[in-house]
Design a protein around this ligand. Structure first.
Ligand SMILES: [Ca+2]
Ligand SMILES: [Ca+2]
Ligand SMILES: [Ca+2]
Length: 462
């Protein structure tokens, strides 16, 4: 039963990642440098038939061993002219058969006339010419030569496919094996050998583009392989992982609960620090980029740099009844305490209880806050005034921004929720967090329920 559940979970994850990949690679890549027909002095082609759609990239090789050893762009141009002559004069086609060719140096050549701007139909895959473009490696990649396309060649091939295939297309297929009666139509990136082997009228047996390319770079994994993944990554670069902002935590009688995402759910982690009656605080006491817990206990401060219960700083600061706030007042990267005492503020830049700034800000009944309201320099102070549900964000002697947000009975929280460097307002109401990404009135940008209604709500850096 457990195993089955695991298998089902794995299948679900696979399906989820597969579908996200299918959605992610739909935007064409920028156009790479291409030697167009004027560049390689093409003969004028006479093909006029266009396709209604372009859905597959068919991979070929030119089966010309000598071209693989090209030493220059000029030499490769001659090889491309040679292929065009063969296709037109020997095969009797209206132009070179491929849409694009790539040499071992990584040069890309426009093949059939108008391949760069229209859906001109090619002559490259027998019955597979409908709705496909032919992309050809210049060389010989199976017995008896077994040439192996170098990185520059493969990279250029992936570049041109990633650029030329249309918006909405992905290099990944919709089947997981080549078995069964696919008739060569399953893969978005397919190879001539498979297309030609379908047995449908007009197709013929072929080894193209060679087992070296097929087995090593295309592979029979429709959702992977060097080529499909290389193309996919070019079309939509892997998005950076979500940058963490301040996350939610709450404190209940010495027990801390943290949530890793701005989504509804239970605690992702919990630990003990402090005791019942303590006021919880959270800050980056050692400036290492991670916020960790601390508590204020009637004039005494206990700070930890971990979540294992160790106390790294312990000192006296203020007196019973003071309300602690946390900020990097001097902008040196280390967060320290400030105290609010009936509109009077005491800010300390050390973990020793020294008062470095003393001023008045706010009115009686206000709840103190601190943050980088404009994202520059050190932290500023602010208050939430329950009587009019208004945040006043400012600094001693400086401008003050007022933001009407939340209800009188809400617990105010401030944090850099979207990790853009600016701390903004939020409130917690019966375990539901309503967070704004700007210090302006309006609806919550982020809403989730983290069942902390019975404890202190605290913003936490993860
Ligand atoms: Ca830290
Ligand atoms: Ca500091
Ligand atoms: Ca922010």
């Amino acid at each position: 039963m457990k195993l089955k559940a695991l298998v089902m979970l794995a299948a679900a994850l696979l399906a989820a990642s597969g579908s996200s990949l299918l959605q992610a690679q739909t935007t064409p890549a920028p156009q790479p440098s291409i030697c167009n027909r004027a560049c390689w002095t093409a003969r004028n082609g006479t093909c006029t038939t266009t396709m209604a759609a372009l859905t597959r990239a068919i991979i070929h090789h030119t089966a010309s061993q000598s071209t693989f050893s090209t030493t220059s762009l000029e030499q490769s141009k001659g090889f491309v002219r040679g292929h065009q002559n063969g296709h037109m004069d020997v095969n009797g086609w209206c132009d070179i058969g491929y849409h694009f060719l790539v040499d071992a140096l990584g040069n890309i050549f426009e093949g059939r006339k108008n391949s760069m701007t229209t859906l001109i139909k090619g002559t490259h895959a027998g019955c597979g010419n409908t709705d496909t473009f032919g992309f050809s490696f210049m060389g010989y990649f199976h017995s008896p030569y077994y040439q192996d396309p170098p990185v520059a060649m493969r990279s250029a091939m992936y570049d041109v496919i990633a650029w030329r295939m249309p918006a909405g297309w992905t290099p990944y297929g919709n089947r997981t094996t080549y078995s069964g009666s696919l008739n060569g139509t399953a893969a978005a990136v397919d190879y001539h050998k498979w297309v030609g082997a379908s047995g449908t009228s007009g197709c013929a047996s072929t080894s193209c583009p060679g087992d070296i390319i097929i087995n090593n770079y295309i592979t029979q994994n429709f959702f992977g392989g060097d080529m499909r993944t290389g193309i996919a990554n070019r079309r939509t670069p892997t998005p950076p992982p979500p940058v963490p902002g301040h996350k939610a935590a709450y404190f209940n009688a010495g027990n801390w609960f943290q949530r890793n995402t701005h989504t509804t759910g239970g605690a992702d982690s919990s630990y003990w620090y402090g005791a019942s009656g303590d006021i919880p605080i959270m800050g980056d006491w050692d400036g290492n980029g991670t916020r960790t817990p601390g508590v204020y206990r009637n004039g005494q401060v206990f700070l930890s740099n971990d979540t294992s219960g160790n106390t790294h700083y312990s000192y006296w600061f203020g007196q019973a009844g003071d309300i602690p706030v946390v900020g990097d007042w001097d902008g040196n990267g280390t967060e320290t305490l400030g105290l609010y005492r009936n509109t009077q503020w005491f800010l300390s830049n050390d973990h020793a209880g020294t008062t470095h700034h003393n001023f008045w800000f706010g009115d009686a009944g206000d709840k103190p806050l601190a943050g980088k309201w404009d994202g520059t320099g050190g932290a500023w102070v602010g208050v939430f005034r329950p009587s009019n549900a208004t945040f006043y964000l400012g600094r001693n002697g400086g401008p003050t921004t007022s933001v009407i947000y939340g209800l009188s009975t809400d617990t105010p929280v401030v944090g850099d929720w979207d990790n853009n460097g600016t701390h903004t307002v939020g409130v917690v109401r019966s375990g539901t967090w309503y967070l704004r990404n700007s210090n302006t009135a309006g609806n919550a940008d982020i809403t989730f329920t983290f069942n902390g209604s019975s404890g202190y709500a605290v913003g936490v850096w993860r």
